[in-house]
Design a protein around this ligand. Structure first.
Ligand code: SAM
Length: 382
């Protein structure tokens, strides 16, 4: 977009640079990034589970939002099918997502279609973003937009951004910021439109923006104006499920992320953490034996007293209250009760039965299944 790519002939620190003779303004970070950051902050503040980006374009905002832990469903809709097809793979899980899976499931779907049409798969969302979208509508489309987004989708939160034409007086050109824009509104125009929608559809609305004006020009307001609409009464489950509508949009791309809700990933992470803890305790035991020149299993050697790991946290203290690891011959045993006291494992497994189930077939346990059994001398890197 034009405002993001304006050339400048010098660089200064801060958000905005003005070069008086050329009236060139440069935003730092770029304006589009400030808009995405604004939506990201909203997500962090409101913790929505289901988020839709209408007019998602190159899916840049979705690529940022996929890292938000609270989001379980992320949807992008755009009328430009080629753009969606080209960029969809940017949303695929990467190696890191497999190695360190998310806590919650995440499904991302890109739909090709017009946001002026109703599709029941867009119902029940917590947050809908319309970033630099409405100014691309002609008057007929603009008139249809509220009934679809506010009336039909009716999400808890809607964020709409659009250029603020009051700011345009600072630009060296007198045309719209993008050749496809059908209008650019002043703050009064945008706020009049937004307040009318809020009243009609029972939302509250707050106005803000991104892209601070340069010193001395504060009266023009933000370069991008933003309205944040919050639904006054939450839709009930029955109201949402009562909408049986059509599937109008075409799925262009969909992907689901590895998560700890999926048993294979949970098992893998639990096994990794158990081996890490087992090795840590075994190293502590080995160090203690060396220090006192004892053989494994020597009854005079208690496990915990010489652990090199200092006891500092509440979790460490809780672990100290659990049964200690012990040695019989050259085998080292770590009670499951102690392992599950490790907070992350406690969180992942919930109880000892579940821990035992997740370790089954992979980690050797003693005969009554109450402790992990490893070779005391083995320094295996599992
Ligand atoms: N929201 C993105 C961002 O901020 O980076 C892209 C903004 S771009 C200026 C506007 C986008 O809206 C384009 O990708 C365009 O294809 C899409 N668009 C325009 N009219 C649309 C409609 N009726 N339904 C869905 N998308 C539409």
């Amino acid at each position: 977009m034009a405002e993001n790519n304006i050339e400048c002939n010098s660089v200064v620190d801060g958000n905005v640079e003005e070069v008086p003779d050329k009236k060139i303004i440069k935003f730092n970070p770029p304006l589009y990034r400030q808009r995405y950051q604004f939506v990201k902050n909203l997500v962090e503040q409101h913790q929505p589970k289901k988020v839709a980006d209408l007019g998602c374009g190159d899916v840049c905002l979705l690529a940022i939002l996929k890292y938000q832990k609270c989001i379980e469903e992320l949807v992008g809709v755009d009328i430009n099918e080629g753009r969606l097809k080209w960029n969809g793979s940017r949303l695929s899980p990467c190696v890191g997502d497999h190695l360190d899976p998310r806590e919650l499931d995440l499904v991302i779907t890109l739909y090709h279609g017009s946001v002026l049409e109703k599709d029941c798969r867009l119902l029940g969302f917590d947050l809908v973003a319309c970033i630099e979208l409405i100014e691309h509508f002609d008057s007929e489309d603009l008139a249809k937009f509220p009934e679809v987004v506010f009336g039909y989708m009716s999400p808890a939160l809607i964020v709409i951004s659009t250029p603020n034409s009051d700011f345009n007086s600072l630009f060296p050109f007198e045309v719209f910021r993008d050749s496809d824009h059908k209008f650019e509104w002043s703050r009064t125009q945008f706020q009049t439109w937004a307040l009318d929608l809020a009243n009609r559809y029972n939302y509250s609305v707050e106005f803000t923006g991104v892209g601070e004006p340069p010193a001395g020009s504060e009266d023009v307001g933000y370069c991008t104006q933003i309205g944040v609409f919050q639904k006054k009464a939450k839709a009930t489950e029955s109201a949402i499920s009562g909408h049986h509508g059509e599937h109008v949009y075409e799925v262009v791309y969909t992907t689901s992320y590895p998560s700890l809700q999926q048993i294979n990933y949970r098992k893998r992470v639990v096994i990794y953490l158990v081996y890490r803890e087992v090795n840590r305790m075994r190293r502590g035991y080995q160090a203690s034996l060396r220090q006192h020149e004892l053989e494994p299993g020597d009854p005079t050697r208690k496990f915990s007293s010489d652990l090199p790991v200092p006891i500092v946290t509440e979790a460490d203290k809780a672990m100290e209250l659990t049964p200690e690891p012990f040695c019989i011959g050259d085998k080292f045993y770590i009670p499951l009760e102690r392992i599950i006291a490790y907070p992350r494992l406690g969180h992942l497994c919930g109880n000892i039965e579940k821990l035992r189930e997740l370790l089954a077939d992979v980690v050797e346990l003693n005969c009554d299944g109450s402790a992990v059994k490893v070779d005391v001398h083995d320094c295996g890197d599992y």
